[in-house]
Design a protein around this ligand. Structure first.
Ligand code: ZN
Length: 252
């Protein structure tokens, strides 16, 4: 059912623009500070940066992350040690110390809370969004975020699908993980969101290097220029801002 407002018109999402785009950048990398944030700032666009507490570029450059947060970017929670389930195929790289399959439920919940404390010490914020490491959602057979959802605005998952505002699951928001796509391909995803009125979430790691999963600088720039040039039709903001809009829309 489409929810209506007082005028009988369908409720509008995305501040009456055609679609919403959220740019997320994972793992607290140097290239986020060096390549992504300067371009975002020059175009007056905001992004969300999912930072694991043990990121060295986070530890080494806290003042710069604080400035980024002050300028409207979101510092998102990406756990304390970036644990992933080492029992899954292709996860040979997961270290014994940070293997989510060895965690207890309390351990992951505690560590995510400590990451919130760490990020609050940098940006002063009480509420932010969370991103599942490797998309893993279960510990001891339970969805661990269920124990944390009152402490977050939403959680980003890794299913490569659009989010339509009515059916978006704020506990597992879909996102497209980008690795090697051209600027054209990235823009085509945005056009799909424009045609369907969806929320499209990009998931980047490296931006011009520093990670095996990478987007080239020209492709990244092309996408951001498109978002900037089409800002009258496309809402771009942080994951936290988008999640608040989804919650408002669903509660209407
Ligand atoms: Zn990650």
């Amino acid at each position: 059912m489409i929810s209506g407002n007082i005028t009988g018109q369908p409720a509008k999402a995305w501040q009456s623009k055609k679609c919403a785009v959220v740019l997320t950048y994972d793992d607290g990398l140097n290239v986020h500070l060096d390549n992504a944030i300067p371009l975002l700032d020059s175009l007056r666009l905001k992004g969300t940066f999912y930072i694991p507490g043990n990121s060295q570029p986070f530890a080494n450059r806290i003042d710069e992350w604080r400035v980024a947060a002050k300028n409207g970017h979101e510092l998102g929670n990406h756990t304390l040690f970036h644990p992933c389930n080492g029992n899954m195929p292709g996860r040979e790289w997961v270290s014994k110390d940070h293997d989510l399959s060895n965690y207890s439920l309390n351990q992951i919940v505690d560590e995510i809370r400590v990451c919130n404390t760490l990020l609050k010490a940098v940006d002063g914020k009480d509420k932010r969004t969370f991103a599942y490491t490797c998309g893993d959602r279960e510990v001891e057979g339970q969805l661990f975020y269920d124990l944390l959802k009152d402490e977050f605005i939403g959680a980003r998952g890794v299913y490569s699908e659009m989010n339509d505002p009515e059916n978006t699951d704020l506990n597992n928001i879909n996102s497209f993980m980008i690795n090697g796509e051209s600027g054209e391909e990235l823009i085509n995803l945005v056009k799909k969101a424009q045609n369907s009125g969806s929320l499209l979430v990009f998931l980047f790691h490296g931006v011009g290097g520093e990670h095996d999963l990478n987007v080239s600088l020209p492709a990244h720039r092309k996408l951001l220029l498109y978002l900037s040039e089409n800002r009258n039709n496309i809402w771009t903001g942080t994951m936290a801002e988008a999640a608040v809009q989804v919650a408002d829309f669903q509660n209407k």
